[in-house]
Design a protein around this ligand. Structure first.
Ligand code: ATR
Length: 274
């Protein structure tokens, strides 16, 4: 009998996680059965408790339940606490262990997938919502020279810069600015806004994107996002968030099974499906 896992969300039909985890299970020989689980918008907790009662071993959590999963967890990893959200749950006896693999997924895709170093680099983070918050600690763990958070609503960027500036990894490294006041060149620019969903581009000053910049959009699609198009037009190297999707899944698989799958064939397969 395979151990049961789900990805839970609303909507959920579009999720690629079952295909990704099926490939990880096949590749590693781990006895994993992984399905989609649709929860009512007001019914995350009972849906999850039913799954646990039925012997479920773990869950990936997606929109809009990452805060509900945070609240449901009986214990949480440091990276889940920093993110303020949980995307991975592990059920172990009576324990509900909450983790967040999104940020590590991004960092692995930048370093391993794209071959870009983060240590000593100047990073511009666009956006200050949940997606941005979730990646700051794993980025800081790679010792960038600085992370500047730019956001339409400045107060949210300032709040994140202050919060993460208080951590040992973030001391002296965090800054916040409105888009118009972003100054200087950046080695890495990460779009963590949801602007791409409405085909909009955050108003990044021209100086921030150059031929020396690696520009990453956490969104992905069959075509480059508008942000990637603008960055490429300024000479930047660009990458979308498909690799982050695969890497966060691999980290969740590792959290559950203690085995690290090889992500590159799964990434290539998914890219070909887009
Ligand atoms: P998520 O979980 O995807 O981060 P969120 O918490 O709603 O979603 O945050 C969305 C982020 O995208 C915010 O930083 C938002 O800016 P505001 O804080 O000013 O609202 C940003 N955003 C959304 N649409 C944008 C746009 N068209 N231009 C620039 N920033 C945008």
């Amino acid at each position: 009998m395979a151990d049961r896992y789900v990805v839970i969300g609303n909507p959920i039909a579009h999720s690629k996680s079952p295909q990704i985890h099926a490939r990880f299970a096949q590749q590693t020989g781990e006895p994993v059965a992984y399905e989609r689980l649709l929860a009512p918008l007001d019914g995350f907790e009972p849906t999850m408790r039913d799954f646990i009662a039925g012997g479920g071993r773990g869950a990936n959590v997606t929109v809009p339940f990452k805060l509900d999963a945070f609240a449901l967890a009986t214990e949480r990893s440091a990276r889940a606490e920093a993110a303020g959200a949980v995307n991975t749950l592990r059920f172990d006896g009576g324990r509900i262990v909450g983790d967040n693999t999104d940020g590590v997924g991004l960092v692995r895709d930048i370093m391993g997938g794209a071959g870009i170093g983060i240590a000593g680099r100047r990073v511009l983070l666009l956006g200050a919502g949940g997606a941005a918050r979730g990646i700051i600690l794993p980025l800081l763990d790679e010792s960038p020279a600085q992370i500047v958070i730019a956001n339409r609503t400045l107060a949210k960027a300032e709040e994140l810069a202050t919060q993460f500036g208080q951590l040992p990894q973030g001391r002296g490294r965090m800054a916040a600015a409105p888009f118009a006041a972003v100054e200087g060149a950046f080695d890495i620019v990460i779009n963590a806004t949801s602007a791409s969903l409405s085909a909009e581009v955050p108003p990044v000053p021209a100086s921030a994107l150059s031929a020396q910049t690696f520009a990453y959009d956490m969104m992905y699609g069959a075509q480059p996002t508008v942000f990637m198009q603008v960055a490429a037009s300024r000479g930047a190297a660009v990458r979308d968030g498909l690799g982050m999707l695969v890497e966060q899944a691999a980290e969740a698989f590792f959290v559950w099974r203690g085995v690290r799958p090889d992500t590159s064939p799964v990434y290539a397969w998914l890219r070909a499906q887009l």
